[in-house]
Ligand binder design. Structure first.
Ligand code: MN
Length: 272
C-alpha cells in the first residue's frame, strides 16, 4: 500500500513539476524590431519583461497569459499584439474552452465590442482545436470522473494522446486514465515477485484490453479487468471511441513496470 501511495505522490509531483517547470520563455521581438531604433526598449522588452517577469515563479505562464490578455482587451487593444498574445497563450496551455469562457467573462467588464473583436481573433488562433476539443468536452459530459491533464509523464509509452486524473491518493490510490480515439499504451508488464498486477475499471467509452497470445477483450463501462503480475499486455481506446478506465496498481513485492514495443497499426487495425 505504501508503495502505491509513494508512486502516486511521485506521479503528482512529476505532473506539477511539469506544469511549474515549462521551458524558459525567451523573446527576441524587441531586438528584432527595435534593436537599432530603441536598444534600451528592446532590452527591457526582451530581457526584463519576458526574460525575467514572465519567468518568475509564483504564477504559471498559463496564468500570466490569461492576465495579459484580459489587460490588453480591457485597454481596448484588439490588434496584432493581441493576436500575438493569443498565440502565446495557446502555446502556454490556454485551451479553447478557457479562452472562450474568459472572453465571455471579460465582455461584462471590458465592454461588449472589445469582446467581439477579441473573439474574432481568438477563433482563428484556436480554429484547428475545434474538433479535438469538442470530442473531449462531449466525452467529459458522459463521465463522472475528471479527464484531468495531458499524461505527459507517460506519453513516450503511448500512441496518441492520453490524460491522467488522480482520483484518490489515500488508502487505495487510483487514477482515471482517458484515451482519445485510437490511443493505446505500448505492450507492458507490471512485474512483481509476489502480489502486484493491475486492476482496470472501465468508466466511459469503449476500449480494448489484450494479453499476449490471447484475443483482445472489449471494455465497456462497468467492465472490470484483472491483470496478473508479470503478464505482457496493453490497454487503450477503440479506434472510433474515447475511452476511460480507473487504474489500480495492486500492491506487491518488488513491483516495477516494464514498457515494451508499441501495438502496431496492423494488429490494432484488426480490432473491430
Ligand atoms: Mn497495464
Amino acid at each position: 500500500m505504501k508503495k502505491i501511495c509513494i508512486l502516486s505522490l511521485i506521479l503528482l509531483t512529476v505532473n506539477s513539476l511539469f506544469i511549474m517547470s515549462q521551458e524558459k520563455i525567451t523573446q527576441t521581438a524587441g531586438h528584432v524590431q527595435l534593436g537599432e531604433f530603441a536598444p534600451k526598449f528592446a532590452e527591457l522588452n526582451d530581457d526584463v519583461l519576458f526574460g525575467q517577469v514572465w519567468n518568475r515563479p509564483g504564477l504559471s505562464p498559463h496564468d500570466r497569459s490569461m492576465i495579459t490578455i484580459a489587460t490588453l482587451i480591457g485597454k481596448g487593444i484588439i490588434d496584432s499584439s493581441l493576436t500575438h498574445h493569443l498565440q502565446f497563450a495557446k502555446q502556454n496551455g490556454v485551451t479553447r474552452t478557457e479562452i472562450s469562457e474568459m472572453l465571455t467573462h471579460i465582455a461584462f467588464y471590458a465592454g461588449w465590442p472589445n469582446a467581439w473583436g477579441a473573439f474574432r481573433l481568438a477563433k482563428d488562433v484556436w480554429a484547428e482545436d475545434a474538433t479535438a476539443d469538442n470530442g473531449k468536452a462531449a466525452f467529459q459530459r458522459e463521465m463522472i470522473f475528471p479527464i484531468g491533464e495531458p499524461n505527459t509523464a507517460y506519453a513516450q509509452y503511448f500512441i496518441g494522446n492520453s490524460y491522467l486524473a488522480p482520483i484518490s491518493t489515500e488508502q487505495v490510490a487510483f487514477s482515471n486514465v482517458t484515451f482519445e480515439p485510437g490511443c493505446r499504451n505500448n505492450w507492458h508488464i507490471h512485474h512483481a515477485t509476489k502480489g502486484g498486477g493491475q486492476m482496470l475499471v472501465c468508466v466511459a467509452g469503449r476500449g480494448w484490453y489484450q494479453e499476449e497470445g490471447k484475443p483482445a477483450v472489449e471494455m465497456l463501462p462497468g467492465d472490470v479487468i484483472h491483470i496478473p503480475a508479470n503478464v505482457k499486455h496493453w490497454h487503450g481506446a477503440a479506434a472510433d471511441s474515447w475511452f476511460a478506465h480507473l487504474a489500480f496498481g495492486i500492491p506487491g513485492e518488488n513491483t516495477s513496470n516494464e514498457w515494451l514495443e508499441p501495438v502496431t497499426d496492423e494488429e490494432y487495425g484488426r480490432l473491430k
